[in-house]
Design a protein around this ligand. Sequence first.
Ligand code: OAD
Length: 258
Amino acid sequence: MMPAGQLPFSIPEAIVGRLSAARHLTALTGAGISAESGVPTFRQAQDGLWSRYDPTELASPQAFERNPTLVWQWYAWRRGIVDRAAPNAGHLALVALEQFFPNLVLITQNVDSLHQRAGSRAVIELHGSLYRTRCSREGKIISGYSESATPPICPECGAFLRPDVVWFGEPLPAEAFERAAQASENSDVFLSIGTSSLVFPAASLPLIARQNGALLVEINPEPTPLSDQADYALVGPAGLVLPALLDALRAARQTPRS
Ligand code: OAD
């Protein structure tokens, strides 16, 4: 039996070789990377948010129109969970990878800011952030507002404020997606980490990378629709696989090539 906390496989040489030679590394993360920080994912059967809550009641413009107080409170509850969480070994390994790849582009579907709190520099947020609030009428990001009403009221126009997150039926921020697609296209190696690969257009990014010649590596304890299309599916939690990948890369960089 493997000791707890150790991967039952080593990182394939071919991945390490491609990473050692790569200039552009792009990573896409989903809720799974924050699971080991105690932040619930969406689609896991036991404790995924969408197994306990109905997204149409909480994460759509119609839901906010029907019951803005409930929607605001639900996001405030999620922000509370994230406030008490800390970045885990997976987040930290992605920060450390920036030593090898100063241009590393980290694209996330997460709204929890744990990558930024870990210290990642260039994070592209595809689905917004729990830590930004915007006017539901004019879209402007608002920071100084009174919490006395739920939801709070826009100090400029009097409309309700809402979390600056992407809801079902809403488009992704165009500029963020454009940058993400560009980075995917330019990548030599693309890591798809902790995402069920079910939600588009984010799920199209690994495919763009693969079509343009990147080595596509998935990191996930469970199979996803992407697994068969990836060059490698590393089956395990991000908090173990990413540090192992980092160690393997460090070892390869220290070993002079013959
Ligand atoms: P999901 O909940 O759909 O998928 C989470 C994935 O993480 C699953 O494939 C798990 O197997 C995997 N996972 C669990 N623990 C893990 C670990 N320790 N290490 C690595 N992987 C692990 O979450 P997302 O794919 O992020 O959108 O969901 C995409 C979008 O759907 C979210 O951004 C959200 C949701 O509706 C919006 O709210 C707009």
